[in-house]
Every structure is written in structure tokens, then in C-alpha cells.
Design a protein around this ligand. Structure first.
Ligand code: SF4
Length: 359
């Protein structure tokens, strides 16, 4: 049986693209989630990484220390200290003041230093080495608290463009049926789709059903997935969810959020992915990409993934809901990237309210 895939290929670059090619297809990382979000909405799912754009850093205020070139110092100073003082004074009076970056003017510029930026953006104080991408997503959330959300017309226009560019978005996780999709999504926490697919090809050949997966046991599952992060815990969850499917659902994946979330390793985001892809329900799984895009653009600002999910569900027109999850993930993964968003080729550049986007 041919393998199905979830997610989607990179979205086509719009006609107004400036000759730049979209970034090469990268594996999915829909396991990432902002640190704050992880607290509030990630449930028991693992893999809460967070992300942030280079633009936010680019918008940070830069030191405006005046130049101290010798040409600015008139008669030769008697001492080094005097020379420094003289040249500094001259420089202060002759250096043209810099225009503050947009993010500074709007009061959103993060302070200098990654740790300080992270704390200012609401990440855990004292976090030793926050990821730059986590800081980026947190900055998007800060921006989201100030931005005016899109109008209904803006939303309709944006999704009409996504639909024109990619009418049938497809994914990259390989699966055969709802059970293998569920297992693949559980395994995808803190792993790439490419990595998960490599592991599941052998795993699904050996154990394509809950019964076979349960019989394979933790050690057997672990042997197939040991290339993935947290593989011991994932193997345990996969075997246990297989047992529960057999015990409570006759070995069938239930098309029900509550029942799905009762399975080990399955949180709201995983349940949303399964309900959307396997059962065609208009759910929207908010991963790190959706969270960033919704806040940066003004599409559906929210402090947590759940806030964003509920706002998206409320505001996206029904005709776009089935594919909204994929369109937004792809947009965030390949264009509105955390560290270096490709604003010049972005199909919604004119609608986006990110203050530092290049026009
Ligand atoms: S213009 Fe596009 S790529 Fe740039 S920040 Fe806005 S949505 Fe992201």
C-alpha cells in the first residue's frame, strides 16, 4: 500500500517573488512550542522548543558610542585620558544621531544580550542559555500583545492567496492509517519528519497494528526508534497507547479529542493533527510555526498556543479551515522562519504587521 504523508511540501513562491528561491525543504519541527506556551497549552507532549526571528534581533537598539578617530581631536592631547575625553566630546557633537529602529520606536526592542532579551520577552528568568529561536517566538508573542488583529477581509484575502498557491497541501510524515499516523506524530516530538520517517519505515513494517506494536514491546520498539530523541520514553508511550487502544477502543483510533488525549504521549496538538489529517476535522494544531506566524502577522495574536488556536478557529472562514493548519505550518517553516524570515517573497507581506519586515 502506498504511504500517505502528512504536512506538506514547501509552498510555491508567489508571482511577485524577486528571483530569490525559497529555502530548501526542511524537515518539520512541529514539536516546537514557545516556552510560555509549553506551560499553558502543551499538555503532556514533549518537544517544546521555541523560536524567534533574526529581525527581532535586527531591531534591537545598537550602541551609539561615538567614533574616536584622531581626526576629531584638535591639538594633540597631553595624555591618553585627555585625548579620549576630547575626541569623545568632539564625536558627540559631530556624529549624526542614528534613527532608532522600528522596534525601538514602538517600544518593542528587546534589550541587549540573549538572556536579557529572553527575560524581557517573558521566558523564564535566569534561563541559562535560551535558544535564539525560543527568544524569537517569545518576541513574536510580545509583538502580538500590541498589534491590531487582522480584519475579516485581511484573513479572507490571506487564505485565498494560500489556497491559490497550494490548493492541496500535503505533509511529510509517512503513515498508512490513523494508527500509524498517531504513532508517527507521537514520535515526532523533538525530531524531524525525515528522521521519524526513517525510523517508522522499519517499525511499521514490523508492527503495523496496535496488536503487533504491543507484542513488539518497549525494547523492540526502542530498537527501531533509537535514532530519535527521547526514544525510551517514546517507546514506552507507543506500547502503552497500543495497549489502551486494544483494551478500550477495539484496536481502533477514536475520532474523539478526549479519548485521544487520554492516551500516553498524546496532547492537544497531537490530537488536533490526528483529527485533522486522519478524520478530516477542521482542527488547527498550533505548533511553534503557527504560534509565531499568528502573532507576528496579526492574524490571530495570543499569549499561548491555546489562545492562538481558539482565535484561529473562531476567525478563519469554514471553507479554509481544513487546510489552514498546513498552510500556516508551511508558511512558518519555509517563509516566515524564526531567524531569517523571507519577507521579500512572502505572499502576505502587505497584510503582515511585523514591524521589521522589509517591504
Ligand atoms: S512579511 Fe511574511 S515572512 Fe515577513 S514577518 Fe510578515 S508574514 Fe513573516
Amino acid at each position: 500500500m502506498p504511504r500517505k504523508t502528512t504536512g506538506s511540501a514547501p509552498p510555491p513562491v508567489p508571482a511577485k517573488a524577486t528571483g530569490r528561491k525559497a529555502a530548501p525543504v526542511a524537515p518539520s519541527d512541529q514539536k516546537e512550542a514557545p516556552a510560555k506556551a509549553a506551560k499553558a497549552g502543551a499538555g503532556k507532549e514533549t518537544g517544546a522548543r521555541t523560536v524567534m526571528p533574526a529581525k527581532a534581533n535586527a531591531g534591537a537598539p545598537k550602541a551609539t558610542a561615538p567614533k574616536t578617530g584622531a581626526s576629531l581631536a584638535s591639538p594633540a592631547p597631553a595624555t591618553k585620558a585627555t585625548a579620549k575625553a576630547v575626541s569623545s566630546t568632539k564625536a558627540a557633537s559631530t556624529t549624526k544621531p542614528r534613527k532608532a529602529p522600528a522596534s525601538t520606536r514602538s517600544g518593542l526592542a528587546p534589550p541587549k544580550g540573549l538572556k536579557a532579551k529572553a527575560e524581557a520577552a517573558g521566558l523564564a528568568p535566569g534561563a541559562a542559555k535560551p535558544r535564539r529561536r525560543a527568544v524569537a517566538n517569545a518576541a513574536a508573542a510580545v509583538h502580538g500583545r500590541t498589534v491590531t488583529p487582522w480584519s475579516d477581509d485581511d484573513i479572507f484575502e490571506a487564505f485565498s492567496r494560500f489556497e491559490r498557491l497550494n490548493p492541496e497541501p500535503k505533509g511529510e510524515l509517512e503513515y498508512h492509517d490513523p494508527f500509524t499516523l498517531l504513532v508517527a506524530v507521537v514520535l515526532s516530538a523533538q525530531a524531524t519528519d525525515v528522521g521519524v520517517n526513517k525510523a517508522t519505515r522499519g517499525l511499521f513494517a514490523a508492527a503495523p497494528t496496535p496488536k503487533a506494536m504491543f507484542a513488539l514491546g518497549e525494547e523492540g520498539v526502542a530498537q527501531f526508534i533509537r535514532t530519535l530523541g527521547l526514544y525510551r520514553g517514546k517507546a514506552k508511550n507507543v506500547v502503552e497507547l497500543s495497549r489502551l487502544l486494544l483494551e478500550k477502543h477495539d484496536g481502533v483510533v477514536p475520532p474523539d479529542r478526549e479519548a485521544l488525549e487520554a492516551l500516553p504521549g498524546v496532547g492537544r496538538k497531537t490530537a488536533n493533527v490526528v483529527l485533522n489529517i486522519a478524520f478530516g476535522l477542521p482542527t488547527i494544531a498550533v505548533d511553534t510555526h503557527l504560534f509565531r506566524v499568528a502573532n507576528r502577522t496579526g492574524l490571530a495574536p495570543g499569549a499561548t498556543p491555546l489562545d492562538v488556536e481558539l482565535a484561529l478557529e473562531k476567525r478563519i472562514p469554514d471553507r479554509f479551515k481544513l487546510h489552514a493548519h498546513h498552510w500556516l505550518i508551511l508558511h512558518g517553516r519555509y517563509i516566515c522562519k524564526a531567524l531569517r524570515p523571507d519577507c521579500p517573497i512572502c505572499p502576505i507581506n502587505d497584510l503582515c504587521r511585523w514591524p521589521d519586515k522589509p517591504i
